[in-house]
Design a protein around this ligand. Structure first.
Ligand code: GDP
Ligand code: IMO
Ligand code: MG
Length: 422
């Protein structure tokens, strides 16, 4: 038995939440392997639209095990909010949500540091979601952070105070204007631990191994997207974790030979929220139409997403680095409004045509487009591939030919039901 890995192939918000929820019936265990509440994974079924941030997108299936892996960073305050939101919908997750005891914690001062560091960067800011992600991972690799298992040690409060004290020195140095909020934030944080303690903490790596030995099917759920990977994205305009397939192995603790399929989710066009290179970005009416028809506003921060045409240079890079075995194309319905659809098939950099993403973020990239025919037809009610207009089939075939990977699912609307498996 293997662990299948599902992840985003662009800059996040590809529709991972929707797809995980859709395919959860095929699995026994759904496990988040990195990121934190910077993620916003939307699920729509029936009359419910729900956004998950930290909790795996299999949580609406009560018979499935959901795991928050060691690679995740967890803020007890946002965790409590999410649990409360689920309870308000009648979902009680204490019996089927398990958390690795090696999961790192996000402290209130991590959030303040995130804000202070971004403010200090000024024009060069990354556009962080300000959830404390960067500072928490910094403390993880710096070997300073607190983990779930520390909560149960006698000197936990002392360790908390020590780390907070170090952060406070930095916050003073950065002239943070929010230090006066800290006492209240800390009180809230400690009170939120009570909700966290209602859950069962596990040795994630042992559990995953036991599940595999017992023949259980596991799906690893990624957050963010390949182009936000801390190593392979356009650094520093990235998040602070490995969002690529390799991150699933370290984020849950399984061996390379236990990797199964790699399911890569790509939007039929591109969006990005936050700063950094985006070669196919559109600043015109076409971009606005994509944003409007695709409802491209951040699920976590509400920020308008930057929009542009599909970038096959970037997509092929993502397919390569993740070893994608199956592609899943989402939001095809959003392209129904265009007479013609552009697809970037190469870049021109310094007068040269290239298939590579330049390592230098300042390189001027001129995207080279192939123009395909639009289908100009509402595809949201369609239920099978056979019903697809010819131009959409051509669009799908073009992507498959360029990436050399089959598109296994095409999503034609936000609802779980609006998904066509081939
Ligand atoms: P994630 O972070 O990858 O889970 O994606 P988000 O939830 O942040 O953003 C995807 C948005 O697109 C959400 O609002 C989804 O409900 C919506 N969505 C997902 N698939 C489709 C689709 O095929 N068509 C349309 N129109 N919306 C979709
Ligand atoms: P999901 O899982 C889109 C972006 C932020 C910012 C950069 C760093 O919903 O796809 P961070 O808060 O990690 O310090 O922000 O990464 N970002 C995302 N963009 N979707 C996400 O998650 C994102 N999580 C972080 O906008 O540019
Ligand atoms: Mg999202």
């Amino acid at each position: 038995m293997k662990v299948d890995i599902l992840l985003g192939l662009q800059w996040g918000d590809e529709g991972k939440g929707k797809v995980v929820d859709l395919i959860t019936p095929d699995y026994d265990v759904i496990a988040r392997f990195q990121g934190g509440a910077n993620a916003g994974h939307s699920l729509v079924f029936g009359s419910i639209k729900h956004v998950l941030h930290l909790i795996p997108s299999g949580i609406f299936h009560p018979d499935k095990v959901n795991i928050i892996g060691n690679g995740v960073v967890l803020d007890p305050v946002t965790f409590r909010e999410e649990i409360q939101d689920l309870r308000n919908l009648g979902v009680e997750p204490t019996q089927n949500l398990f958390i690795s005891n090696k999961t790192n914690l996000i402290l209130p001062t991590h959030r303040l540091l995130d804000a202070a560091l971004e403010a200090k960067k000024g024009k060069t800011k990354i556009g962080s979601t300000l959830r404390g992600i960067g500072p928490a991972y910094t403390d993880k690799t710096g070997r300073n952070n607190l983990r779930i298992q520390d909560i149960f040690t006698a000197d936990f409060e002392e360790k908390f105070q020590q780390l907070t004290h170090t952060h406070l020195e930095l916050l003073h140095l950065y002239q943070s204007d929010k230090i006066d909020q800290l006492e209240k934030m800390n009180q809230e944080w400690f009170s939120a631990l009570a909700t966290l303690k209602e859950f069962t903490f596990i040795d994630c790596e042992y559990e995953v191994y036991q599940y595999l030995k017992a023949g259980k099917r596991i799906l690893a759920e990624g957050a963010q997207g390949t182009l936000l990977d801390v190593d392979f994205g356009a650094y520093p305009f990235v998040t602070s974790s490995n969002t690529i397939a390799a991150g699933a192995l370290t984020g849950l603790g399984f061996a390379p030979q236990h990797t199964g399929k790699v399911l890569g989710i790509a939007k039929a066009y591109c969006t990005r929220v936050g700063n950094g290179p985006f070669p196919t970005e559109l600043f015109d009416e076409t971009g606005n139409l994509l944003r409007e028809k695709g409802a491209e506003f951040g699920a976590t921060t509400g920020r308008p997403r930057r929009c542009g045409w599909l970038d096959l240079v970037a997509l092929k890079y993502a397919v390569m680095i993740n070893g994608v075995t199956d592609l899943i194309l989402t939001k095809a319905d959003v392209l129904s409004y265009f007479d013609t659809i552009n697809v970037c098939t190469s870049y021109k950099v310094g007068g040269q045509i290239t298939q590579r993403i330049p390592a230098d973020n300042n390189a001027v990239i001129e995207p080279q487009y192939t123009v395909l025919k639009g289908w100009k037809e509402d595809i949201t009610p369609l239920t099978s591939y056979d019903q697809f207009p010819a131009a959409l089939k051509d669009y799908i075939a073009f992507i498959e030919k360029e990436t050399d990977v089959k598109i296994a699912i095409i999503s034609v609307g936000p609802d779980r039901a609006q998904s066509i498996k081939r």
